[in-house]
Design a binder for this molecule. Structure first.
Ligand SMILES: [Zn+2]
Ligand SMILES: [Zn+2]
Length: 326
């Protein structure tokens, strides 16, 4: 099969990769479309020493099982099913887990993947394939209300105007927060203000302002320091950024101000897909480019130089989506 291969010598398109072999309980899924995200950029830069096929945001069609022939999305974490955490329903934190396209499992920048059937959710007919690709990153945004009791009216500062910042802002606003997004790109901020959200350029953020809730979606090593400077005493910082390099900063303010720092990674698929199906999340204008599998290496290269909002990979051909152009 065709696919994209990352190794220590770089990123390349390959024409004759072996199909994954499904373990018991798993099904083969033919990929229709996939999404390229910050994590893929980090993997290409050597994050987690990854070697293999990346890609974890996808829509595909299972060849067998309960959802055979229908479009599905899939939870990317695959637990062992037997350890204490899996038994408690936390496969996302199973110490033996594999993660699609990230850890020990071939990903969706390929024609076919294998996933446990229990990870799959059918995509409602009226949700387009291009929109359904957003389920996984949107689920990551829905992780925040799963972790924190969000009191309506809470003033929330989102750091980062990229696609994760955009999705977190929309999800927190849906939960009644008064959201303000800070970023470096006026074009991306304009997209958010058109959704009725308050925005501000990072360079213009009043350093004296403090917020009870700050969410770091910058994808940058400096995001945590900015977040700690903007959170009020007894406030909460949610960390969405995973950066390959080490952080260096003083944690004294966390102690002095008794700040709660909450790491936040993958989230629940069902509410994310439901929000997409209900048309509650604005995605228009978020896709800048659609590329083929063969074009992924060049797209990753481009995305590492320019701040792109989103690139979709049209794996099966014929994906219908409006793009804003690179
Ligand atoms: Zn992702
Ligand atoms: Zn387990």
């Amino acid at each position: 099969m065709q696919g994209v291969w990352i190794s220590s010598s770089g990123v390349e398109f390959r024409d004759s990769l072996p199909e994954p072999r499904p373990a018991p309980g798993e099904v083969l899924i033919d990929i229709l479309a996939a999404g390229l995200c910050e994590t893929d950029l980090q993997l290409a830069k050597g994050y987690m020493g990854f070697a293999g096929i990346p890609g974890h945001e996808f829509v595909g069609i299972p060849r067998s099982g309960r959802w055979a022939g229908q479009r599905v999305v899939g939870e990317i974490n695959c637990g062992c099913g037997t350890c204490d955490r899996c038994q408690a329903g936390w496969a996302r934190h199973c110490p033996h887990r594999t993660v699609l396209g990230i850890l020990g499992r071939s990903g969706a920048f390929a024609q076919t993947i294998a996933l446990p059937e229990g990870n799959l959710l059918p995509v409602p007919d009226h949700v387009s394939t291009a929109d359904a690709v957003w389920t996984e990153p949107l689920a990551a945004a829905f992780r925040i209300p799963e972790q924190l009791p969000l009191v309506p009216g809470t003033h929330a500062l989102i750091l980062g105007d990229g696609r994760l910042g955009n999705l977190c802002a929309q999800v927190l606003a849906r939960h009644g927060c008064r959201v303000e997004v800070v970023g470096k790109h006026s074009r991306k901020l304009a997209r958010l203000s058109r959704l009725g959200l308050a925005t501000c350029l990072l360079s213009e953020l009043d350093p004296a302002r403090r917020f009870p809730l700050v969410v770091d979606c910058t994808g940058s090593p400096s995001g945590l320091a900015t977040a700690l400077a903007a959170v009020e005493p007894l406030g909460t910082v949610v960390l969405k950024t995973t950066v390959a390099g080490p952080h260096q900063l003083s944690l004294a303010p966390v102690v002095i101000d008794e700040v709660r720092v909450v790491g936040s990674r993958c989230g629940p698929f069902a509410p994310a897909l439901a929000a997409l199906a209900a048309g509650e999340i604005a995605l228009s204008g978020l896709v800048e480019e659609v590329v083929t599998l063969a074009e992924v290496p060049a797209a990753l290269e481009r995305a590492s130089r320019e701040p792109l909002l989103k690139i979709l990979v049209d794996v099966a051909g014929g994906l219908k989506v409006e793009t804003t152009g690179p």
